[in-house]
Ligand binder design. Sequence first.
Ligand code: PXP
Length: 247
Amino acid sequence: MSRLRLGVNIDHVATVRNARGTVFPDPVRAAKLAEEAGADGITAHLREDHRHISDSDIERLAETLRVPLNFEMAATAEMHAIALRHRPHAVCIVPEKREERTTEGGLEVARQENELAHFIAPLRDAGCRVSIFIAADRPQVEAARRIGAAVVELHTGAYCDAHHEGHFAARDAELSRLRDMAAFAHDLGLEVHAGHGLTYETVQPVAAFPQVMELNIGHFLIGEAIFRGLPASIAEMRRLMDEARGD
Ligand code: PXP
């Protein structure tokens, strides 16, 4: 099986910084440390309300990272302009509601195909690999393919929540949907990524899907870094991913 990439999402370093309105902890310093600890990429979500990552964080990440930057953003004109200015390696289009605590669901691609196709074309032309964050639903996968996305990232949040809440039948049903849709998307020619809510307990069954090429993980890794430090937090995730993959 091909080596599974780990994208480390550093948004929640910025959450801690912004809780005090100071300049520390610096998410760019965390990104560099993650890079040294073996992250294959760094993911950062510039939300419309800029409540964690800021414009200047994105600018500094784009300038200083050696590994690819995966820029997560909503499909808005403002974010489009920022992405075209920095031309990150990857752009992941996510749904965004101001009142949500995190990205709760996947993007409704099927309902806005034309708009999204026009939105992503210039990003693709600028050399960005466009990824669409979706629920593991067949119509969403098909629509992502039709609008010309290169990648789909499957939302693993419902699977992880069900596991940590002890709803194991629901967890297994979610996992089976993820497995089927990873295979389906791959058969359509899409590159498959997955992420949201993944932890040491939930990562292995997803990492074992042969079609999945990349996992994007943030909140748990940053939280775990409080106890064991960021490099060790990442190293353990890497170890579990490799073990699941049979590497
Ligand atoms: N992938 C996408 C598309 C996301 O929006 C997020 C959260 O910003 C993640 C992965 C990482 O999720 P978590 O922080 O729960 O690991």
